[in-house]
Design a protein around this ligand. Structure first.
Ligand SMILES: Cc1cc2nc3c(=O)[nH]c(=O)nc-3n(C[C@H](O)[C@H](O)[C@H](O)COP(=O)(O)OP(=O)(O)OC[C@H]3O[C@@H](n4cnc5c(N)ncnc54)[C@H](O)[C@@H]3O)c2cc1C
Length: 481
């Protein structure tokens, strides 16, 4: 299982329902410019900033993107170093659901190819309280030989049936609503309760809650169920060669419009223009424009000086939006020794964590096993030294794949919480925040428009970032805000 990959898959009928609301925002459909070209600055060359830039450029506007790092893509970031033999693994976005038609549109537009994210065969490892089982992919572990504390009803459906039992009817309701109607007002009550409290009300056992929530117990039920609908699909893809090939292709089309190494420090606006101050290699610069699209994660934006101050509601949203911490640890091995007995390298463990082997379909003998750690455990890993993270990860990988230490060549780790230009992985909406935060994420402030995964119906997904970028660009192009 992954964070929210539930074994109950949606039907094709549900898929068509889910894709139809996106038609209005398909790529390549930029509206013709109305009036003179506007000078627009975009803060951030992540997926949302790039999508906005492409859209505005296509409509004939004058676009400048300021990006703090020396690469595009932000949280879509493929690690190629320090691995050998051309191997790679994702630090950020991993999988693209088959229902994310806007993302798949961009993949197609830039002529990129897709591979299944999960191996379609082989066996997964299931590790629970130190007991290990090798289970054919897509099957359930044998509970009679596993030390798990599930109720009698839960044992009857097995781990694979827990999502359907507790969340299936909720997923069906969420799936039936148009995605762009987010935050789904008819389900507003689910926004006031946490996933953990809901599952406890349903008398779910602690092990069932651990398995289902993967650390996201304090997420609102509405946010969790809505997000799980994107995971519960018949196919999840990854981009061949690494997911960062998408932002790199988009950035290539905008290469004359991006200023890399430009760290925004101050934002100001008057009734007639917007201005930023940014540093580049230690020197200060100013940039003026008619309009701005700000895609910075709010965890970063809250530390940037702004004049005049944000409106009260916006300031509250910027200050309180919650970005979940995530860490990853990667171990490179001499061989994919786990394949000798049919294991595909992936595992389910009794921790808020996923274990992947991203090299399962990459050429070569060497392999990578990696962890994807969530919430409190990620916070703990983020506070540890690199060496301590590696040793702790290797201890776990050795339990999952005995022989790991003998085959180990080297490791690296990544913390999104510690990354200065993200300060978290993706937005998660806590109970109550649908009233106090969500309504103010995307609303413009004067000449400043907002994009980014947080300001979209798909927070935590590439599709959300794309959608928000196109939406913000069209606000400006159409002069609707
Ligand atoms: C661990 C993880 C797992 C994920 N898994 C998936 C997945 O499986 N599938 C999926 O579809 N999506 C996934 N996502 C979500 C996806 O990666 C994001 O939704 C998307 O990349 C966000 O794009 P963005 O443009 O909103 O923000 P970002 O990518 O964060 O872009 C913001 C940009 O602003 C720049 N910036 C920050 N501060 C400044 C500054 N002061 N001055 C100038 N520039 C600045 C940053 O460097 C960055 O490039 C995942 C994300 C993470 C972190």
């Amino acid at each position: 299982m992954d964070r929210r990959q539930f074994l109950q898959l949606s039907s094709m009928a549900a898929l068509s329902l889910y894709t139809s609301p996106l038609r209005g925002l398909q790529t390549g459909g930029s509206p013709a410019r109305q009036g003179p070209a506007k000078k627009v600055m975009i803060l951030g060359a992540g997926i949302s900033g790039l999508a906005a830039g492409l859209e505005l450029l296509q409509a004939g506007h004058d676009v400048t993107i300021l990006e703090a790092q020396l690469r595009p893509g932000g949280r879509v970031y493929t690690l190629r170093a320090p691995f050998s033999d051309g191997l790679y693994a994702e630090a950020g976005a991993g999988r693209i659901p088959i229902t994310h038609t806007l993302t798949l549109d961009y993949v197609k537009r830039f002529k990129l190819e897709l591979d299944p994210f999960f191996p379609q065969s082989g066996a997964d490892v299931f590790l629970w309280r130190g007991q290990r089982q090798v289970v054919p992919h897509g099957h359930d572990p044998d509970l009679t030989h596993l030390n798990v504390n599930l109720t009698t009803e839960e044992r009857a459906v097995g781990f694979g049936g827990l999502a359907k039992k507790y969340l299936g009817p909720l997923q069906d309701k969420a799936r039936a609503l148009p995605a762009e109607a987010w935050p789904l007002p008819s389900l507003a009550a689910w926004g006031n309760i946490s996933l953990g409290d809901y599952l406890r009300q349903q008398r779910a056992s602690p092990d069932a809650i651990l398995y289902l929530s993967q650390g996201f117990e304090s997420d609102s039920l509405l946010d969790f169920v809505h997000d799980s609908v994107s995971h519960a699909v018949p196919m999840l893809w990854k981009i061949r060669g690494g997911n960062d090939r998408l932002p790199h292709a988009m950035a290539d089309a905008l290469r004359d419009n991006i200023r890399y190494g430009a760290v925004v420090e101050r934002i100001a606006q008057t009734p007639t223009n917007v201005e930023v101050t940014y540093t580049n290699a230690g020197s200060h610069h100013r940039l003026l424009a008619d309009r701005m699209i700000c895609t910075l994660p709010f965890t970063v934006l809250r530390d940037i000086e702004v004049r005049p101050q944000w409106s009260t509601n916006k300031a509250f949203a910027i200050q309180n939006a919650y970005l979940s911490p995530v860490t990853r640890a990667y171990a490179q091995t001499k061989t994919r020794f786990w394949e000798a007995d049919g294991r595909n390298g992936f595992a389910t463990v009794d921790q808020p964590m996923e274990v992947w082997s991203p090299t399962y379909n990459q050429p070569g003998k060497r392999g990578i096993v990696m962890s994807y750690t969530y919430e409190d455990l990620a916070r703990e890993y983020s506070s540890m030294s690199e060496e301590a993270r590696v040793q702790r990860s290797l201890d776990l990988f050795e339990q999952i794949h005995p022989g790991m230490r003998d085959n180990f060549e080297g490791a690296t780790t990544w913390s999104w919480l510690n990354h200065p230009f993200s300060k978290g992985a993706f937005m998660v909406t806590k109970p109550g925040q649908f009233r106090t935060v969500v309504p103010y994420l995307a609303t413009p402030e004067g000449r400043i428009h907002f994009a980014g995964e947080h300001a979209s119906p798909w927070s935590g997904w590439i599709q959300g970032a794309l959608h928000s970028g196109v939406r913000a660009a069209r606000e400006i192009a159409r002069g609707t805000a």
